[in-house]
Write a protein that binds this ligand. Structure first.
Ligand code: ADP
Length: 344
């Protein structure tokens, strides 16, 4: 038997049962099989008409109405419009299917909303914590200046410079926060193009030249990787990846050290590695390094102007390219961050 019989088949079966029982009763009383047969036909006809009418009128039409409402709700919701029957074949089956689907979609949405609420709570906590330090520093210097230090030629420029540094740090933080919230809240639209990655690394070297000079760090390419490679990627976003990795390599690199970039041919992809010979990272930190706001040494990162968001931005960009990023490091010897890009 079908799972969801139609009103017609329910009415026929029920009428047949009623007609059969009444015919047996008639036969038992009259012992006349002809009257019993007539009774069977008449009772079957009347009860079929009645059952069918009642089922159609009070149950089936109402189910169709429920289906129509689901249909209307779904067509007003473009996201749910897919996979919609017209409900004319078997409304009961369609309704139960739609309700199950609706429950599944709702459950998914509830889980997503819960995740987003957790994310927002944690994010807000971290953000306010990060903003507090530069704001307090700016506030301190500005008030000291207003309270009289402005007239003191020995300190006024120093304090103003320090307040200015706090403002720069705030701006940097806000820029990183904007980027991370963009990456974490929606899919990034990438603009792919073919270009020479070695040229781009040279451009980034020029950008960070002064930073490297301050620490007497030499920027260069690995010996075995001087070939130029054409990659297919979003140039603008990859620049951010390279800047973040190279700036980190300088920030956490040692004085008089070296930062080298290498390219390796991996058949369909190019592996790009940024290495430094700096302080390195202890093994226990490696699995969490790409989490937002994660630092191996909070005080040192802050002192160097870090927001703890750089590597998580890098990871988002690389993963949106459907590529991978990894790190290997040894304390005291240095670190190597490597990511892949599709060949152009
Ligand atoms: P930050 O803004 O603090 O530098 P990142 O997300 O860029 O944030 O890096 C996260 C943490 O990873 C840093 O605080 C630092 O402890 C560690 N780190 C990143 N790059 C290096 C590196 N090249 N050498 C040593 N430690 C690093």
């Amino acid at each position: 038997m079908r799972n969801n019989p139609s009103p017609g088949s329910i009415a026929s079966i029920s009428s047949l049962v009623v007609a059969f029982i009444s015919s047996i009763i008639v036969f038992l009383f009259t012992q006349d099989w002809q009257s019993s047969l007539v009774n069977l036909i008449v009772v079957f006809g009347i009860s079929f008409f009645l059952f069918n009418f009642l089922l159609q009128r009070f149950i089936y039409k109402k189910i169709k109405l429920i289906y129509k409402n689901i249909y209307r709700f779904k067509t007003q919701n473009p996201k749910l419009r897919k996979k919609l029957g017209d409900g004319s074949k078997d409304p009961i089956a369609e309704v139960s299917k739609e309700v199950m689907e609706w429950m599944r979609e709702n459950q998914k949405e509830v889980n997503l909303l819960k995740e987003q609420a957790d994310f927002r709570r944690e994010f807000l906590g971290n953000v306010s914590h990060e903003l507090k330090t530069p704001i307090q520093s700016i506030q301190g210097y500005v008030h000291t200046l207003l309270d009289g230090a402005l007239e003191d030629k020995k300190v006024n420029r120093v304090f103003l410079k320090k307040a200015g540094k706090g403002v720069d740090r705030l701006a940097e933080l806000v820029s990183d926060l904007t980027a991370i919230s963009e990456y974490e809240s929606k899919e990034i639209h990438l603009v792919f193009q073919n270009y020479n990655i070695a040229d781009q690394v040279n451009e980034v070297f020029e950008m960070v030249e002064q930073l490297a000079k301050n620490k007497k760090i030499t920027l260069g390419f690995k010996k075995d990787a001087s070939k130029s490679f054409v990659v297919n990627a979003d140039k603008h976003r990859i620049e951010r990846v390279l800047v973040n990795l190279i700036v980190n390599a300088i920030k956490y690199g040692k004085e008089d050290g070296h930062v080298n970039v290498g390219f390796y041919d991996l058949d369909k992809n190019i592996l790009i590695e940024v290495s430094d010979d700096g302080e390195g990272i202890a093994e226990e930190h490696l699995p969490r390094l790409f989490e937002r706001f994660y630092r191996t040494d909070l005080g040192r990162s802050r002192e160097l102007g870090g927001s703890g968001l750089g590597l998580s931005i890098v990871k988002h960009i690389i993963e949106s390219h459907k590529q991978t990023i990894n790190v290997r490091s040894e304390v005291g010897k240095g670190s190597t961050f490597g990511f892949t890009l599709r060949k152009g």
